[in-house]
Structures are given as C-alpha cells and as structure tokens.
Design a protein around this ligand. Structure first.
Ligand SMILES: CC(C)(COP(=O)(O)OP(=O)(O)OC[C@H]1O[C@@H](n2cnc3c(N)ncnc32)[C@H](O)[C@@H]1OP(=O)(O)O)[C@@H](O)C(=O)NCCC(=O)NCCSC(=O)CC(=O)O
Length: 441
C-alpha cells in the first residue's frame, strides 16, 4: 500500500470553444437526461505512461492539449456550458453562453504511478485527488442555481505518467456521448482531422415525449423529501480491479455482461451482508440490481449512434435473499438479468413513467447494486498519441453499490471490473470473491 503523497497544483486555467464558434444556446433536457439530474457527478481517470518531467508537459504538451480541447468543445459545447436550475415548476436546462468554458487544472503528484495503475487494492482517497469536484444540481423556491457541467485535471507523475481526470454532470451526457467526446479530442490531438469519427448529433427532438415524462420526473424529484441527498462514498475505502475471462460453456444463452453482473450482484450483497450494521436479514429480504441499457438502436424511432445526451433505459431487478444467496444464486441472478434484457425488445420505455420513483425507492431501501461504464465504451481506445491508457478508473463508484465495467485492456473478450469497498471489508472480499473466482489477484 503506498503511503501518503502530495498533489500540488501547478496551473489553473479555462478552455472554451474558439471565440465565435458556438452561439448562445439553451439546450432543453429530455426525460432521459432529467432522470440523471441528482446522480452524483461522473468521475473518470485515464492514466497514460509519460516518461518526461513536468516542465515538458506544461511547456510542450499542454498548449497543444488545450488547443485540441478547444476545437473539440466547439462540437461538444454542452460540456463547456452550465446546468441552470430555476425554481420549480420551471424545468432545468443546459445554458451555453459565448465564453463558457471547462475549468482545467494541472497538478503534479509524487505518488507511485505504477502502484496507482495496478489492479490490487489501492487507497481510494489517492484517486479522489486526481479528479476535480463539481457541485451537484440544486433547486430552491426563489433562486436559479447554475452549476458547471464539466471540469478536468491533468496530473503529472514526473518521468512516469500522466492522468486525465474528468468530472461531469450525467445530466449532459451518458457514457457513449462522453467517450465519443474523449475519442474525438484524442483524434484532434493526434491531428487526425480527417479521422472517421463523426460529429455529435445535437437534435433533442429525436427523443419523443408524448407522455410528458420530463414533468413527471421533475415532480417526482422535487417531491422527494431528501431532495439532493445522495449516498456518500465511505471515507476509508480501497479500490480493486480485476479481469474476468469470458464465460465458458454456453449452457445458458447469456452474455459476458450478464454473467459478470450476476456474479457481482450475488457476491457484492454477500459482502454488504457481512457488515455488522446491516440489521436483521431474513430469506425474504429484498435486494435490488439496477443496470442500464443504451437505447440508441432500441427505439422504434431512429436515434443516431452519435446522438449527444443521455439515451439509457433503467432496468430494475429485485430478488429475495434466499434466491441469491443459495447454491444456485448466480444462475438465478443471471437468468433474471438476461430476462430483463430480453424484455427491452418489447420497447425500452415500458414502465418509464415510474423510473424516477423506482430510483428513489431503491436508493432509500438500500441493498442496491448498480453498474457504471460498459465494455462497449472502449475506454482503452482513447489514444492521444501516447499509446493506449495504462489504466482507466471510474472514481465515483462506491455510492449506491456501484461497480464499474470496461473492456479488458490486454485481453480480447475479457472484461475489467472495478469496485470500491470499505477497508474493513478487505478480509471479507478475499474470502468471498477470491474463493468464488478461484483466481490469484
Ligand atoms: C443492455 C446491455 C447492457 C446488454 O449487454 P449484453 O452484452 O448482455 O447484450 P448485447 O445484446 O448488447 O450483446 C450480446 C452479445 O453480442 C455482442 N455484440 C453486441 N453488439 C455487437 C456488435 N455490434 N458487434 C459484435 N458483437 C456484438 C456482445 O459483445 C455480447 O457478446 P459477449 O457475451 O461475447 O460479450 C447492452 O446492450 C448495453 O446497452 N450496453 C451499454 C450500456 C451503457 O452504455 N452503459 C454506460 C452507462 S453511462 C455510465 O456509466 C457513465 C460512464 O461510464 O461514463
């Protein structure tokens, strides 16, 4: 375990789209955006090998990174904008005004880059210093609250690596749109202006809302008694990543995603249950699993793959403790998850009027596991010209039982899983996960 280290701020600046390139614009939010308005900010870090001193980064690399970021923000301008939350019953919106920008910090760290980018348990606080913080959306009866959508931090680990830590409000974009932005920026930085990446598609009229779900969701959020409260990640936590191979025998016609999620759901609840403060548990105690599905090719109306914003359907699964903890718990969970994914074929918006109420319900009930990221987002293809990332981490996991998924960097078809657990649960993790996987970490 690495000891304490320091992160020193070297420079603070802002990057905006090129002057005059984007007009002042009000971007309405669809119901698919509004469902995320009280989600904690998304925080992701990309680590790259970089065997040069900090001065080389600040003098030679950073000016070009800023320029390519500015040119990319011209097309992905909502990331430079602000979320504007007017008093109810006005709906929130994203407001871009000429000059709006992304706050960009450069820092230098004396942490051990190789330790941070390994897969064994690492202190979670070491990662929080590598991403900027952003305020959450908030509403009051008399004032409009305006919060930035995105901030970023470059951290140089002299002569060993750099990290790009990005925090953004999920209300602006889902994983697919964010990774489209990152890959476009990386391609721009590599000066591949003629790259095959297409521009983001900004027409929100694509997302039809005949039932008025934006109003339904905002009313549900405003009515939530603990408005704005989200579960904090416990302070003393560690993060662990592990690569899992593809499932072998296809006795059940299910995917890598389904098997991985079933495994994680069952074993994470075993880990949660090992906590002394978890109250009385019985066979009928109910557990929740909330994955999401990208809907860009799942609606009966066409939505381009490059659609910018949120286009995710929530899946809500519940299961009794006796079904999940038993000998065939993982098979039970896999069948349940696989069934929910098949249900998407009936239309991803079946039951959508209850999504926000369901989210509030499961967060209040606790005993929930959720998923961030996806192997389909191909985070390890984000190459600024320094090679593939050595590691990518989702920092915000830990709240609401979230674990992260990505494609495995070095093995086709394998999947990388990230979790954050209390330090007091490491022994329990070793017993539950290592035995279940029968792997050496
Ligand atoms: C609903 C799903 C999770 C279900 O995934 P599944 O893998 O079970 O099912 P599927 O139908 O998509 O794929 C079934 C199998 O076909 C393969 N498959 C699918 N499409 C393919 C294609 N175009 N080419 C080749 N193979 C393909 C899959 O890899 C899988 O195989 P195999 O089993 O071999 O793998 C997924 O479809 C989905 O929507 N994923 C995206 C979720 C997402 O965007 N999350 C990000 C949330 S935002 C977020 O969290 C913020 C952030 O990260 O920044």
């Amino acid at each position: 375990m690495a000891g304490q280290y320091t992160v020193r701020v070297v420079d603070e600046s802002h990057v905006a789209p090129p002057p005059g390139s984007v007009s002042t614009t009000t971007i309405p939010l669809t119901f698919l955006d509004v469902s995320w308005i009280f989600c904690c900010p998304i925080q992701r870090i990309f680590f790259y090998e970089f065997h040069r001193p900090t001065l080389h980064f600040t003098q030679n690399i950073f000016p070009h990174l800023k320029q390519s970021l500015s040119l990319t923000l011209r097309h992905f301008f909502p990331f430079a904008a602000n979320l504007s939350c007017s008093p109810p019953p006005n709906n929130p919106c994203i407001l871009y005004r000429e000059g709006d920008s992304v706050s960009v910090t450069i820092a230098e760290s004396d942490a051990d880059f190789n330790h941070l980018t390994a897969s064994h348990a690492r202190d979670n606080t070491e990662f929080k210093c590598l991403v900027p913080t952003l305020p959450m959306a908030s509403f009051s009866s008399d004032t409009t609250h305006v919060v930035p959508i995105m901030a970023m931090q470059f951290t140089v680990f002299p002569n060993s690596g750099i990290s790009i830590g990005i925090t953004f409000n999920h209300v602006a974009a889902d994983g697919k749109s964010f990774n489209h932005f990152m890959k476009s920026w990386a391609a721009m930085h590599r000066s591949e202006k003629g790259s095959s990446l297409s521009l983001p598609f900004h027409n929100k009229d694509m997302i039809k809302d005949p039932e008025g779900l934006v109003s339904t969701y905002m009313k549900d959020w405003w009515n939530w008694k603990i408005l704005g409260a989200t579960e904090e990640v416990p302070v003393d936590t560690v993060r662990i990543t592990n690569d899992a191979d593809q499932p072998g025998a296809a006795q059940l016609h299910i995917s890598t995603f389904v098997v991985t999620c079933a495994f994680m759901w069952v074993n994470l609840i075993k880990l949660q249950d090992s906590s002394k403060s978890n109250g009385h548990l019985h066979d009928d105690t109910v557990y929740h699993f909330v994955p999401v599905a990208d809907c860009r090719d799942r609606f009966e109306f066409p939505v381009p793959a490059t659609y910018f914003g949120n286009c995710l359907a929530f899946l809500f699964l519940t299961a009794k403790r006796s079904d999940l903890i038993g000998k065939n718990g993982i098979v039970f969970a896999a069948k349940a998850i696989g069934r929910q994914i098949c249900e998407l074929e009936k239309g991803p918006l079946v039951g959508a009027e209850k999504w926000v109420l369901n989210l509030i319900k499961v967060v209040e009930a606790g005993r929930v596991v959720s998923v961030a990221g996806s192997p389909k987002l191909r985070v390890y293809d984000t190459d600024f010209g320094w090679g593939r990332p050595k590691k990518s981490e989702v920092v915000h996991i830990g709240a609401n039982g979230a674990f992260s998924l990505a494609e495995c960097r070095d093995e086709d078809g394998a999947i990388e899983v990230g979790i954050v657990i209390g330090r007091d649960k490491i022994d329990g993790f070793n017993v539950i996960f290592k035995q279940a996987l029968n792997l050496n970490f």
